[in-house]
Each structure stands twice: as C-alpha cells, then as structure tokens.
Ligand binder design. Structure first.
Ligand SMILES: [Zn+2]
Length: 459
C-alpha cells in the first residue's frame, strides 16, 4: 500500500515536470513591482516571458514549478519593474545637449534651435542623434518613447535596430524645415511614413503637428484627419508657455486647448505635451476627448515655462504620462530624474508635500504613460498577456541603503545608472549594463564627430 502511494506521488511529480510550460526567459528578483490595478508587489518575485509576451508573474518557487525556462536572469538583489515610458521627447536633439542653455523658450527656439536645425539636421544627423538617445534610454531603463522630429523614417529604422519601442511622430510645421519645404510636403511625408511602418512590432507611426502657434488651421485639421484616417496617434505641443496662451487669445479669442477643440482637432489617440497653461474648462475638454497629456517637469522648469496642474489632471482622471522633452531642454533622458522632479515640482507648486506621492510619479512613468499613449492594454504593467517590456534596477548603492520602501527609492534616490537589465518585447537589450543591440564605443564616437558640425552650424 505504502509503496503504491510513493509510486503515485513520484508519477505525479514526474508528470508535473513534464507539463511545465516553456518560457523563453524567466527574470527573478528581490521584488516585482507589477503596477497592476491593485499595485501589487511580490517580494521575492519572478516574471515568466515567452516570446514577446509576459505569461506569468509570481513567486520564484511558483514560476519555477510552472515553467521550464530557456534562459534565466537571476537578480536576487534587484527590483523588477515595468520598462519606463517617455511620453515626450525629440530623440535626435541629444545632439544639441548643452548647446544653448539658460534662455526663454522663444529665444531658445528662434535664435538657436530652429537655425541650428535648419543647418545641421539631415538623415545622418537624425540617425546618429537617435542612436545616441536610444543608447541613453536603454542604459536608463526607458523601453518605450514618443518622439516628434524630422526624417522620422530614420528614427524608426534606428529604434528598431536598437530594439526599443517607439511611438514616432513625423513633424508637420508651417515653415520650411530640413525634410519638408511646405506643410503639404510634411503631411505627404507623414502619410508615407505611416504607410511604411503601420503594423510594425516595435514602431507605432504617428503624425506630429508641432503646435497650434506654429501651424495654420487648415494644416492642424489636415494632420488630425490624417491621424484619424490611419488610426494612428497624433502628437502635439500644447499650452507650454503663457505666450502661447496670449497668441491663442489674441488670434482666436480662445485658449490653445479651446481653439483646438473649436476646430475639431482633438481625438482619442491624441497626446498633448506639456499642458502647463490650462483652465479648468480645458482640463474637462481634454478628459472628454480622451486626450493623453505628457507632463515634462524638467523642461518646464529649465525653460521657466510654468508648473503644470498635475493635481487637476489626476483629479479629473486625465490620462497623464511623464516625459523628458528633448535633451536640449532637460538636458538628459533619465526618466528616474523626471519622476523625482515631477514629485518635487508638484509639492512646491501646490505648497503641499502630499501632492504627487512616489506611487503617483511611478504611475506616470509606467501605466499612466501607457494610458496617455492609448497603449495600456499592452504596456505599462507586468501582467500576463502584456508585452514583455521590463527592467531590473540595482538597489545596493550607498545612496540606496537602507531600503524600507522600493517605490520610494525608485522615485527619490534611484538614477538611470542603477538600471542593470533592459528587456523590450521579450528581447534582452542590456544585461549587467552591457548593451547588446548598439555598439556603445561607435555610437559615442560618431556623436562626438558630428558635434563639430553642429558647433560650426551655429557659429
Ligand atoms: Zn517638445
């Protein structure tokens, strides 16, 4: 009798062993910050990935019992969290990092950035700049980014090679720029770009009308229609400065948000960057139209643009993501720093230390950003069925010791340099800080060589 029981148990164990599901990769960490609806944290925890999808999240024992992993990344001292989502940047502008600082937005744009772009921006510039930006993103834990720039097809090719996920917007602007002589050229370019990349596993093509103050009404409407026709995102700068509000009031007797509402611009796949100068009514318009908002605290502080009413957006349940903006106005692409500044700026702005707690800042950089980009069904949290975009972060530096609360540490003391592993779509882009998809030495050398041309262009 006893022997039979033992035999049965052994047979069951063998069967369980045989029926373990295949997983291409299992990542085991000290904690898994899932960012799921209940903000569950598993300590310790593991994430099972098969192909490009997360198939399970659980304790290391449970995952080990259920999956046969082709590869395991064991990071028992590290925190696993969803890859960070940068909802607003201009990647190639890393080439203008530190070129002109300490200026107001209009001076900065009109005296430095637009002239430098007119002379320096080329497909090669965009390739080299985007590669450098992508290297910085991989090294600092960003797995998805929304971009607005020129020669966006070059951005897309580089991003795909780097292995990052990109919502990439071809810029449409009224005046002649490097890749388009007229807004009509720019719109045609955007349409061709969308057709080429629609359906790509990493690239979501988009159209990026620059702003209401740099485009006429017909072009704004045409850009919005293009987005609707192809069901792709529309990315725009909105109400970044008080000057923009003055322009809108003088020329259109409305706020920037109200003007765009009046011309039928807003749609559900629209992302508005900044949204600093908005009225309560504007916030309601953005909520009603399901517009995502990208908060860019560092750029807003550096250009002294103002303090976005984050509390009002959150109270109105507007989909709110976080962005770095281009490196020329930040001056880096570190989303950990953006989280910290978002929390600090909201506190001083409202004179309320409870405003934007660490969890809210982390939400903006993960699930909030996914929602703002209308991608929260596939991104932004570590849950079965979602894309396998995740990072591991070391928590062993002096700066991070001791640790009582991982979420507090992620927002208030962690830096991009603490990221150890970056995984996008199930593919390991960086392990133990070794980037696999880009040749670091070559990327940096090319950017340094190109910086001489940029210097010449502004002299
Ligand atoms: Zn911007």
């Amino acid at each position: 009798m006893k022997l039979t029981v033992v035999a049965l148990v052994l047979a069951a164990a063998a069967l369980a062993g045989q029926t373990r599901q295949p997983a291409s990769l299992v990542v085991v960490g000290r904690s898994v910050i899932t960012q799921n609806a209940s903000r569950e944290i598993l300590s310790p925890g593991a994430v099972a990935i098969n192909g490009n999808l997360i198939v399970d999240v659980g304790t290391p024992e449970a995952i080990g019992g259920r999956y046969r992993a082709a590869q395991t990344i064991s990071a028992p001292e590290q925190i696993i969290l969803p890859g960070l989502i940068n909802t607003h940047t201009h990647a190639a502008m890393v080439m203008f990092r530190g070129l002109a600082d300490d200026l107001a937005l209009m001076d900065w744009l009109q005296k430095y950035i637009f002239p430098a772009e007119a002379k320096a921006v080329s497909p090669e510039f965009v390739r080299i700049g985007t590669r450098l930006a992508n290297l910085e993103m991989i090294e600092s834990g960003t797995t998805t980014y929304a971009d607005m720039y020129y020669f966006e097809e070059e951005v897309a090719k580089v991003t795909r090679e780097a292995g990052l996920r990109g919502v990439l917007g071809q810029t449409v602007i009224q005046f002649p720029v490097a890749d388009a002589k007229t807004p009509a050229d720019a719109l045609a370019r955007a349409e061709a770009f969308i057709k080429t990349f629609k359906g790509d596993s990493l690239i979501v093509p988009a159209v990026a009308p620059h702003a209401m103050y740099t485009l006429d009404r017909a072009t704004l409407v045409a850009a919005a229609e293009l987005g609707r026709r192809y069901e792709v995102p529309v990315l725009i700068h909105l109400a970044e400065t008080e000057d923009e509000v003055k322009t809108a009031r003088t020329e259109h007797q409305a706020t920037p948000t109200g003007y765009l509402e009046a011309i039928g611009f807003w749609g559900p796949r629209t992302l508005a960057a900044h949204g600093v100068w908005v009225t309560d009514e504007d916030v309601q318009i953005l909520k009603r139209r399901n517009v995502g908002v990208s908060h860019n605290p560092e750029s807003n502080m550096k250009l002294a643009s103002g303090i976005a009413p984050v509390g009002k957006y959150l109270a109105a349940d507007v989909a709110l993501g976080l962005g770095t903006d281009g490196a020329a106005s930040n001056n880096d692409l570190d989303m950990f720093e953006a989280m910290r500044q978002a929390a600090l700026l909201a506190k001083i702005g409202s004179r309320d230390p409870t405003a934007v707690p660490a969890q809210s800042a982390l939400d903006m950089a993960t699930i909030g950003g996914a929602r703002a980009l209308a991608m929260d069904r596939t991104l932004g949290s570590l849950e079965p069925g979602k894309r396998a975009d995740l990072i591991t972060v070391s928590m062993s530096s002096a700066r991070q010791t001791p640790m009582y609360d991982a979420v507090s540490h992620l927002v208030y003391v962690t830096r991009g340099d603490d990221v150890r592993t970056t995984i996008v779509n199930g593919k390991v882009l960086m392990q133990n800080r070794q980037v696999r998809t880009l040749n670091r030495t070559e990327v940096l050398a090319q950017a340094k060589a190109l910086s001489q041309k940029v210097r010449d262009a502004v002299q």
